[in-house]
Structure formats: structure tokens, C-alpha cells
Write a protein that binds this ligand. Sequence first.
Ligand code: NDP
Ligand code: GDR
Length: 344
Amino acid sequence: MNTAIITGITGQDGAYLSELLLDKGYKVFGTYRRTSSVNFWRLAELGIENHPKLELVEYDLTDLSSSIRLLQQTGAKEVYNLAAQSFVGVSFDQPATTAEITGIGALNLLEAIRIVDKDIRFYQASTSEMFGKVQAVPQIESTPFYPRSPYGVAKLYAHWITVNYRESYGIHGSSGILFNHESPLRGREFVTRKITDSVAKIKLGLLDCLELGNLDARRDWGFAKEYVDGMWRMLQADEPDTFVLATNRTETVRDFVTMAFKAAGIELSFAGKDEGETAVDVETGKTVMRINPKFYRPAEVELLIGNPAKAREKLGWEPKTTLEELCRMMVEADLRRNGLGFSF
Ligand code: NDP
Ligand code: GDR
């Protein structure tokens, strides 16, 4: 039986990847960190919380001996390292913690693989944030990196240590440079879900106005469920490698705001600029979006757009869901959840 470890099982990608591997007949060990109240709502939303082949394991990825024991006790043949302090904004306030979890966490798993069994395959959740202040458009695997946040810097370490263990010890370690991917399971601190959740609340009369930071940032947004399939494909390939997963389309945060309100039947009119920019509901005349400078970042990634040609050619991977479909799916899920009186 195929056996895999997924670190970060409580996150968006951890949930979708678990679903995918369970559907393929894998035994999945999902790791979570100890907190006073662990929340498995995403696994519950997918209906896999109590799946007989899913075992939840407490694990601290900042601890090397804990990483070694994890591999020894599970006998897993594939490790997907998805756990991270993954919020760019927070990384400016907690740079050292971010380095420890997001950077050194990957090293601990690679060291454990080197010690326990070099044949274990490893996936590192790398990110388009490593391109940061972009050096070419669109970005591909060979585009030079220039991270713009402590998160991006930590991820760059994890990326290069994966490449280094591949080259030094022959470990099948692949790095997926994934561009932003979203879904109804996205955390509410990230901009797309913050927008769709707020749009739903405004539509239902539970909120007056959505507050955002930089509306001009451009992102290449895809559907998370399709991206976890790319992760799996990387570990099935004969050779480990580095792959970009992206849609090759970029839109501004402002475009996503317009799209989300439209999906809820609300037409917007924008006025003002910079910190004074607002959006008004054309029908009611009410201001439903305004800028709050507290959401600006000390250094911003202005433009991301990735070309996934290598993944298409070598892995047969392709994004299918359009941004309009994705946005609608997220707004509908948030309308349903808020309508039922809860929202995670
Ligand atoms: P989430 O933020 O939804 O999930 C992150 C996971 O990491 C959660 O399970 C979280 O656990 C866990 N985690 C955080 N801190 C620790 C810690 N100290 N110890 C153990 N576990 C911890 O992220 P996504 O699912 O969106 O992303 C998955 C991975 O892919 C991340 O590494 C992210 O950086 C990376 N990535 C994501 C992209 C995206 O657009 N989604 C794009 C490119 C890369 P808890 O629930 O306890 O907080
Ligand atoms: P990002 O995602 O930083 O790209 O990292 P996020 O959704 O947080 O920000 C995207 C862009 O939107 C701008 N923005 C705001 N962002 C947030 N969160 N809240 C706001 O109110 C707001 N207003 C404007 C941001 O400044 C930014 O430009 C995500 C994470 O999933 C990372 O883990 C992952 O590596 C990258 O995507 C690829």
C-alpha cells in the first residue's frame, strides 16, 4: 500500500491533498501541531475527517528527533511538506519564527530522510513569493529569485536545501514553485477569501464595509484542488525536479473585488485613489469597500504571473478552472456558510 506523510494537514492544501491521496488508496499520516484546540474543519468540509485510512499525528517540524521518529514510525514512502508559517504579512512581525518553521522545518525533514531512508520521496511547498521583485515576466523555473518578505526568504532557503539534498545525496526531492491558489477552504486572512467572505457578509447584511490594503497588486490565482494534483505528479516522476504551477493569467486585487461582488449580484463603482479609494454599491449608494493602510506591507510583491509549460510538458499538469469560476465557487460557499450562521 502507498503510504504518505502530509505535514500541515489542517491547512487548505493539506486537506485537498489528503482527499486526493485517499481517493488513490493511500494510507495518509497527517501531521498537526499541538494546540489547546486543534481545528479539523477543512477535513470535515471534505467529509474525510474520519476516513479509516487517514491517521492524524501530532508532530513538531522544528524538532529533528521528532522528524526522525515520524519517518521511522510511519514507514511512509512519500513526504509532502506543506506545513509553514504561510502568511506573508505576519512574517514581517515574526521573522525568526517564520525562518524556523518555514525554512528549517524543511531541513529537519530532509535530514530525517537522509538518516532513516534515502528512498523516501520529498515534496517541498515552494512559492512564487521567491520571485518577489520579479526579474522577468512571466516567471519560469529559471527566473532569478528576489524575495521581498521574511516568508519569501525562508521559503527560498527551503527550496535551495531541497535542491542541495537532491544533488548531494541523490534524494528524490522536488520543489513545486506554486503561484497563489485559492478555494472555499482558503484561510480568511488571505485576500481572496477575505474578500469573498466579506462580500457574503455584506450581501446578507452582516457587515457594512470591507477594508483592504494594496489593490494594485497583481496575482496569478488558480484553484487549490488542481495544484495538489501537481504535487502528487511531481513525486511520481522518475526524476526529482523543480516545477512552476500557475495559470499564466494575472489580475489585480481590485479586479478580484469587482468579480466577487458581481458574483453576489452587486455592481460596484470605484472612486478616489491610493488611501482614499472606495467602492460604492451602485444600487444602494453605500460604501462597501475602503482602504485601511494597516493592510499595506513594508515591501510588496507587485506582479506575479507564472508560465507552467514545463509542468504541462513533463507532468501532463494543466490548470482548468477559470478565475471567474473559482471566485463564484468561493462566494457561493461563503454565502452558504454565513447564511447558516458560521464561517471559519
Ligand atoms: P495554510 O496556511 O492553509 O496551512 C499551513 C499549515 O501549516 C497548517 O496546517 C498549519 O497548522 C501548519 N503550520 C503552521 N505553523 C506550524 C508549525 N509551527 N508547526 C506545524 N505546523 C504548522 O497554507 P496552504 O495550505 O495554503 O499552503 C500549504 C503550503 O504551501 C504552505 O507551506 C505555503 O507556504 C505553501 N504555498 C501556498 C500557496 C498558496 O497559494 N496557498 C502558494 C505557494 C506555496 P495550523 O492549522 O495549526 O496553523
Ligand atoms: P500572498 O497572499 O501574500 O500573495 O501569499 P495574500 O492573499 O495574503 O495577498 C495577496 C495580495 O493582496 C494584497 N492585499 C491584501 N492581502 C491580505 N492578506 N489582506 C488584505 O487586506 C489585503 N489587501 C491587499 C497583498 O498586499 C498582496 O499583494 C499567498 C500565501 O498563500 C503564501 O503562503 C503563498 O506562498 C503565496 O500566496 C504564493
